[in-house]
Design a binder for this molecule. Structure first.
Ligand SMILES: Cc1cc2nc3c(=O)[nH]c(=O)nc-3n(C[C@H](O)[C@H](O)[C@H](O)COP(=O)(O)OP(=O)(O)OC[C@H]3O[C@@H](n4cnc5c(N)ncnc54)[C@H](O)[C@@H]3O)c2cc1C
Length: 390
């Protein structure tokens, strides 16, 4: 390990690995991961949109565990609406094996020339005259400094890098999705469907079943943290899982949080960019963040190369990152935050009415936006409030 690189990236999730792979085309890059194993433990339901993923990596059956064709959405009283993928793109097209997927992305960064270090934790930033100039790290108990022209913070939902740089990344309770999930065996989950249970088993959240083949599935739920009513998300999960798969056996428990907030005012500082969950780039409505993390990682990697080329990593140059991610997926994040706020506050009976209003309709767009648009078409009065958001 050297003590100076062009670009240091903190966190080898999808955002960090894609940023590293991109910047390594021209720059001397180091990718740091605090865990000893990239990709593990998994904190994800592993559902991603096919077209989103294919922009970054050729699909490989080694890390694709399921390929459901349709989604079923259940309202609290069990009314079901089906969204078919055959007719259009898919919000959930692959169910990944993220332990292998994340590792494959990190390997692709290494093949592009990035130096990858596991069991290496960033512990602070090196800052001079209000400019980030590198990171302090601890590797296997020893402290080191690594200087860099650009630092990319891709350290996930619990990100500290942003805060160290003076960016306020604090999440309000109402903007944290508190999640729990079992990977379950011995379940009768159809391999053709991803199932979503809205407002169930608790208002302010949804549960999911994503099939992973061989009678296994990810069975989980997320609830906005201010609606937990004194319980833990795992308590609601136990209630849900035992009802839906009484014979199912959990072989893994995942607990974690997703940012479900409005966009950050700034994701850059002099010498620094934030990517993925660290930048609150997770979709506030669905909780999906893998594809946005990769999109943001690609843009940050490109901008980092430019900053190194021009020997200027001031916010003047890094503003290009900010402008580009907002133009790419920022508008959708903004809109989906408002839609989330609306649905979180919708009583279950209203949910049931909405679902009944479009039951049996052929929804050709298997996306959250497609679903909401259909609801609006069927309920113009009720949804007048959010029509302008879409
Ligand atoms: C229960 C659950 C279900 C989810 N389901 C889905 C889903 O189905 N589809 C979807 O798209 N998204 C889902 N998400 C969200 C998704 O997992 C994240 O949006 C995605 O992983 C974000 O990628 P990232 O690269 O920004 O961060 P992460 O994948 O979180 O990676 C951050 C990395 O940084 C490392 N790190 C942190 N601090 C340091 C440090 N100081 N030094 C070095 N390394 C550090 C961490 O160890 C980690 O490896 C889910 C999340 C949860 C919790």
């Amino acid at each position: 390990m050297k003590d100076e690189y062009d670009v240091v990236i903190v966190g080898a999730g999808p955002g960090g690995s894609i940023a590293a792979r991109t910047a390594a085309e021209e720059c001397d890059v180091i990718l740091l991961e605090k865990r000893q194993e990239i990709g593990s433990p998994v904190r994800c339901a592993e559902g991603v949109k096919k077209t989103g993923l294919q922009k970054f990596i050729q699909p490989d059956e080694k890390w694709i565990a399921g390929e459901p064709q349709c989604a079923r959405i259940y309202s609290p009283d069990g009314t079901m609406v089906e969204l078919s993928e055959e007719l259009a793109g898919g919000e959930v097209g692959y169910v990944l094996e993220r332990k292998l997927f994340d590792r494959e992305l990190a390997k692709s960064a290494a093949r592009a020339g990035a130096h990858v270090m596991v069991r290496t934790r960033a512990t602070g930033l090196i800052t001079e005259d209000n400019v980030v100039q590198g990171v302090k790290i601890n590797r296997l108990g020893e402290d080191f400094d690594i200087h860099a022209k650009v630092v990319i913070g891709a350290d996930g939902v619990e990100s500290k890098v942003g805060r160290w740089a003076g960016i306020n990344t604090t999440l309000k309770l109402k903007d944290i999705g508190s999640c729990a999930q079992y990977h379950m065996a011995n379940v009768d989950a159809s391999e053709d469907y991803c199932d979503f249970y809205l407002g169930s088993p608790v208002q302010g959240g949804y549960a999911w079943v994503f099939p992973k083949g061989n009678r296994t599935a990810n069975v989980g739920l997320g609830v906005v943290a201010n609606r937990l009513n004194g319980k833990r998300s795992v308590d609601y999960l136990n209630e849900f899982a035992s009802k839906i798969f009484p014979e199912g056996q959990p072989v893994e428990l995942v607990m974690g949080a997703v940012p479900s907030s409005d966009e950050l005012k700034s994701t850059i500082a002099n010498g620094l960019m934030l990517v993925g969950d660290a930048a609150h780039h997770c979709d506030p409505l669905t909780g999906g963040g893998v594809i946005n993390a990769m999109e943001g990682g690609k843009i940050a990697g490109d901008v980092a190369m430019k900053a190194v080329r021009e020997n200027d990593a001031s916010t003047k140059v890094l503003a290009e990152y900010e402008t580009a991610w907002r133009a790419s997926f920022g508008k959708k994040l903004k809109r989906n935050y408002k839609v989330k706020e609306f649905f979180v506050n919708l009583p279950n009976e209203e949910f049931n009415k909405l679902a009944r209003s479009i039951q049996g309709a052929k929804i050709e767009e298997m996306t959250s936006a497609g679903f909401v648009k259909h609801l609006i078409k069927a309920n113009p009065k009720l949804l007048l409030d959010i029509r302008h958001l879409l």
